[in-house]
Ligand binder design. Structure first.
Ligand code: PLP
Length: 412
């Protein structure tokens, strides 16, 4: 049994997910016995003699509140190492610190707009190029890999169309290439949508996991943050080097809020999913709704894969509105409980128009080819009472119809 005495580190590795979320990295404070990890709001740490202290010197390099968060999140991903960043994008950028000039990335084409901007707008300035392919097509990934490809970038389920990548298959492809060509090739998965509660990319073979902790991990839409997780000590050393050198770290207060939020990840995810399933079913039944994208629906083209590699389907539902862009925007404007806002994963429900609000950095022609068009709406289903959420959507649909933008009943 874990030893609860202050100052004796406890081992929770054998415990279940929900226990680790509340316990790992969160031993009573050795100095005071504080039960909850304190916010070490300090830039620097006083040394007892030159070069001697308690393992902390300067908060960009290491801070105890941040270390607690890193330990907690690494444990939730079933890995040993985590490095927290000041945003999800800073974490994505941290991953690209594994690369050097002349390297190449193969990334899923259905990718978060900000990641697209990093890969296509920023990295080429440093001589790193990215090729985007359909990650549901293994042959296309294989064909895109060049001798200088060093990173395969998975985002599954993807933002905003909830397209899945077969993580095991991509990792197997990496293993084959490494075995044949004796080269470095890493697989990173952006696990923001699924969360470690519903999907464990490290166990499925990924080298790294990246998160926007702004989303489900923090869960309360009050912090912007990110994390990079790996079980590989050499990779972690490089990521930590980038974390300290670039300095895009979260402050202690943000680390504390994220740590606190993540304690309830399991219970929140269960409710997000239960609500999302009901809302997906509600949308499917409506005559004035076109395609509904949710991996938990049996009609999702990759439902079987979702059941195989995920233990839950998450809380994001996207759908096409009959009547097109004008009606979609009218619905987004007329909801009263859902907030019309970018972001996702908080306890409060949000609605957004992906082409306008989250995927602007993706060139218009690519967006259209992908199906990220103006008739698409994305819901981040919160944990309010689902009856209220459905009633809100219903009234917004009705109000948009009354606005006479379409004749009610027309199909997308
Ligand atoms: N990855 C995904 C899948 C996202 O949805 C986002 C943000 O929406 C990010 C990364 C970037 O995270 P942040 O906004 O915390 O920088």
């Amino acid at each position: 049994m874990p030893n609860t005495t202050i100052g004796h580190p406890r081992d929770f590795t054998a415990c279940e997910f929900a226990t680790r979320a509340i316990r790992v990295g969160q031993d009573p404070d050795a100095a005071t016995g504080a039960t909850i990890v304190p916010v070490y709001q300090t830039a620097t740490f006083t040394q007892t003699a030159v070069g001697e202290g308690k393992g902390f010197d300067y908060s960009r390099s290491v801070n105890p509140t941040r270390s607690a968060l890193e330990a907690q999140l690494a444990s939730l991903e079933g890995a040993r190492f985590g490095a927290a960043f000041g945003s999800g994008m800073a974490a994505c950028h941290g991953v690209t610190g594994l690369l050097k000039q002349g390297d190449h990335i193969v990334a899923t084409r259905d990718i978060y707009g900000g990641t697209h901007r990093l890969l296509s707008g920023v990295l080429p300035r440093y001589g790193i190029e990215t090729t985007y392919v359909d990650f549901t097509d293994l042959a296309a990934i294989r064909a895109a890999i060049k001798p200088n490809t060093k990173l395969l970038w998975i985002e599954t389920p993807s933002n905003p169309l909830l397209i899945l990548t077969d993580i095991r298959a991509v990792c197997k492809l990496r293993d084959e290439i490494i075995a044949k060509e004796k080269r470095e090739l890493y697989v990173v998965a952006d696990n923001t949508f699924a969360t470690p509660y519903a999907q464990q990319p490290i166990a499925l073979g990924c080298d790294l996991v990246v998160h926007s902790t702004t989303k489900y991990i923090c869960g309360h839409s009050d912090v912007v943050g990110g994390v990079v997780i790996t079980d590989n000590p050499e990779i972690h050393e490089q990521i930590s080097y980038i974390q300290n050198s670039v300095g895009a770290v979260p402050g202690p207060w943000d680390a504390y809020l994220t740590l606190r939020g993540a304690k309830t990840l399991a219970v929140r995810m269960r409710q997000h999913e239960a609500n999302a399933r009901e809302i997906a079913d509600f949308l499917v039944k409506r005559e004035d709704v076109g395609e509904v994208y949710y991996p938990g629906l049996e009609t999702h083209p990759q439902h079987a894969l979702a059941k195989e590699q995920m233990s839950g389907f998450g809380g994001i539902v996207s759908f096409r509105v009959g009547g097109g862009a004008a009606r979609a925007h009218e619905i987004a404007k007329r909801v009263q409980i859902f907030n019309l806002a970018t972001s996702l994963g908080g306890v409060e429900s949000l609605i957004c128009s992906p082409p306008v609000m989250t995927h602007k950095p993706v060139p218009e022609a690519d967006r259209i080819a992908l199906g990220i068009t103006d008739d698409l709406l994305r819901l981040s289903v919160g944990i309010e009472s689902v009856g209220d959420l459905i009633a809100d959507l219903e009234q917004a649909f009705d109000a948009a119809s009354a606005h006479r933008l379409i004749s009610p009943g027309s199909k997308a």
